[in-house]
Every structure is written in C-alpha cells, then in structure tokens.
Design a protein around this ligand. Structure first.
Ligand code: IPM
Ligand code: MG
Length: 351
C-alpha cells in the first residue's frame, strides 16, 4: 500500500493532477498497484482564504502519514511575492530534506525534439539536481535598502556532506542502472569556493567507481554540449540553481515542459513528485495543459514505491498515446487534457 498525499495547488495543477489520479486509479483497478490517496487544499486559494501557506499540522501529516506527495503546481499572480509557493514547494523540499531532485530527460519520439539531429541520436539522460543547498536557500541580506549604496547578498551554501550525498546518489544510480558516465556541471572557474568543493568531492567519489567515466564540465560549456550532442550525456549531477536551469533546457530537448516529470527524494524517508512545469495561468481552463508530465511523475512514484509493473505500464501507455497522436497542443496535438488522461487510463486497463 502506497499512501499518497495529493496537493493539486494552483493554475493547471488541479487539471493535470486529476488526470494523474485517473491513471493511478486505472493502475489500481488493473491490480498493478495498491494506493490510498488524500487531498490537501494548499495553494493560493487556500492561502488567500485562510492566511495559511502550509500549516505545521499539515506539514506534520505530510511528513508522518504518507509515503509520497504528488504536487501539481504552485504559483498565482494574486500572491505576488510567491510566499505560499515558497513555503509549500521549497518548504517541503527543505523541511523534508529531499536532497535529490531527480529529473529524467528521455526523447520518447524523435519528432518531439526541436533538434534536427534527433532522428539518429537517442536522448536519454537524467539530472541529479542538489535540492537543499546552493543559492536557493534564501540566505543573504540587503544592506542600505533603497539607497545609492544598496547591496544585495545571496549566499551560496555547499557543505561537504551535502555535496557528497548527491554525488554519491548520482554515481550509485549510474552504476545500478548500467549507465557509463557521470558528468558534473559546475562553475569552478568563476565561483571557486563552492564549486571547488564540488570538484574535490566529485573526484573523491569517482575514485570509488573506476568503471564509470567521470567527467567535469563548466556549466556554460555543458549547456552548449547538451544542444550539440545530447546523446553524450547519461547522468548529470549539479547544484540547485544550475540544475534548475539545465533541467528546463533538458526538458525542451525532449518535447518540452509538458513531458518533464520529477522526483524530489530523500531515499527511504520522504518523496515528493511533481511535473517540472509551473501553474501556467495563461492556459487555465482551456484544456490545453499537457497532463503527461504529471502522469509520468506517477510512474516515478510507482517505481520508488516498488510497483514496477504499474510504472512500466504508465510509461508504455504514455508512449502509446504519443505514437497514436493523442496529444495536447504544446506537442502538436488537438486533444484536451482530459482526453489525453482518459485515453492513457483506458490503455492501462487494456494494455
Ligand atoms: C523548479 C521551479 C522551482 C525551483 C521554483 C518554482 C521555485 O523552477 O522546480 O524547477 O526553482 O526549483
Ligand atoms: Mg525550474
């Protein structure tokens, strides 16, 4: 039994989570998995109505009573400082210590890539984005606010233990999944303290995996190589902010944000699954939101929960939908969010 907390959130979040739920239900009906879901109201509406972003009580329940959280999206222009989004998404990442942000990029159909070379080059790599440190912790200060001498300082934090655990996870994954190479994306030439530590730790961990090719690249060159020769990458490990940027680039290479799933994980303890895309306010209610990223996130959830058969079936059903042209407009289709979700759920039942 996998206990799943659903936080649909804002914008298209509820629309794509509804379809993800439909697909999870189909897996349960097909006897492929055993899950129990519970809905949490957190998001902009809840914040505006109650003043609560994520209460301590809800946090404690999410921490103690569930094996996994499935989040849709958070972000709403009625909360201009994004306070609720920060408390909910970054709050859960930090407070549950979800130090791995696992972001796979696999080209499921050559025509989905904007790259001309995609026909003869398989793109299939994963990004291990560090998820609890870096520049994203909010640490820093403003000095002399508003004055001519104003200074803003954002602190990038890297600890040996924090870097070690994400780099080790990346190498362990490469080793167990039969991937031949791990690439570090850093910027040690310009930011020597933080990325010097990353390079030292990466080199130390690599020594424990003599069979794997360990490659260190400055992130600007890495971004260029991702476009020129994406098939050269297998596992990329990088810091929080660099991983944020690279994972959007990676998503675009394989069909866009509508297809990019992710898992925020502290192995054996807590996990939060979410499509990489945001709340997309411009398409709310139009039926144009692609539910595949959320649906593929449930495949990651099933896989981590030990329901491999369900994970395999969800992935196969998404592939079948893509091949059959059951797609939303972002990937050159004319189906709605609900039609895509329903087709995939049906396919699970008959597959
Ligand atoms: C992501 C998003 C978030 C991040 C934002 C919404 C804080 O861009 O999950 O990639 O920066 O991690
Ligand atoms: Mg991002």
């Amino acid at each position: 039994m996998i206990r799943v907390a659903l936080i649909p959130g804002d914008g298209v979040g509820p629309e794509v989570v509804r379809e993800a739920e439909r697909v999870m239900d189909a897996c349960v009906s097909a006897g492929l998995a055993d899950i129990r879901t519970e809905l949490f109201p957190h998001g902009a509406d809840h914040y505006l109505a109650t003043g609560e972003t994520l209460s301590d009580e809800s946090f404690a329940r999410l921490r103690d009573d569930f094996d996994a959280i499935l989040l849709g999206a958070v972000g709403d222009s009625r909360v201009p400082d994004g306070r609720h989004a920060r408390d909910i998404l970054l709050g859960l990442r930090f407070r549950l210590d979800l130090y791995i942000n696992f972001r796979p990029a696999r080209l499921r159909l050559a025509e989905l890539s904007p790259l001309r070379s995609a026909d003869d080059r398989p793109i299939d790599f994963v990004i291990f984005r560090e998820n609890t440190e870096g520049l994203d912790t909010g640490a820093g200060r403003i000095e002399s606010a508003g004055g001519p001498d104003e200074r803003a300082v954002s602190e990038a934090i890297a600890t040996r233990a924090g870097v070690q655990r994400i780099v080790r996870s990346a190498f362990a994954y490469a080793s167990s999944e039969g991937r031949g190479r791990v690439t570090l994306g850093d910027k040690a030439n310009a930011v020597p303290h933080v990325y010097g530590l990353w390079r030292r730790v990466f080199t130390e961990v690599a020594a424990d995996y003599p069979d794997l090719d360990a490659d260190m690249q400055y992130v600007d060159a890495l971004a260029m190589q991702l476009v020129r020769a994406p098939d050269r990458f297998e596992v990329i490990v990088t810091s929080n902010l660099l991983g944020d940027i690279l994972s959007d680039l990676a998503a675009e290479l394989v069909g866009g944000m509508g297809l990019a799933p992710s898992a925020n994980v502290n192995p054996g303890r807590h996990a939060l699954y979410e499509p990489v895309h945001g709340s997309a306010p411009d398409i709310v209610g139009t039926g144009a939101a692609n539910p595949m990223a959320a649906i593929l996130s449930t495949a990651l959830l099933f896989r981590d929960g030990g329901a491999d058969a369900a994970a395999d079936r969800v992935e196969a059903a998404v592939d079948a939908a893509l091949a059959a042209g059951i797609r939303t407009p972002d990937i050159a289709g004319s189906h709605t969010t609900e039609q895509v979700g329903a087709w995939i759920a049906d396919h699970i039942g008959t597959g």
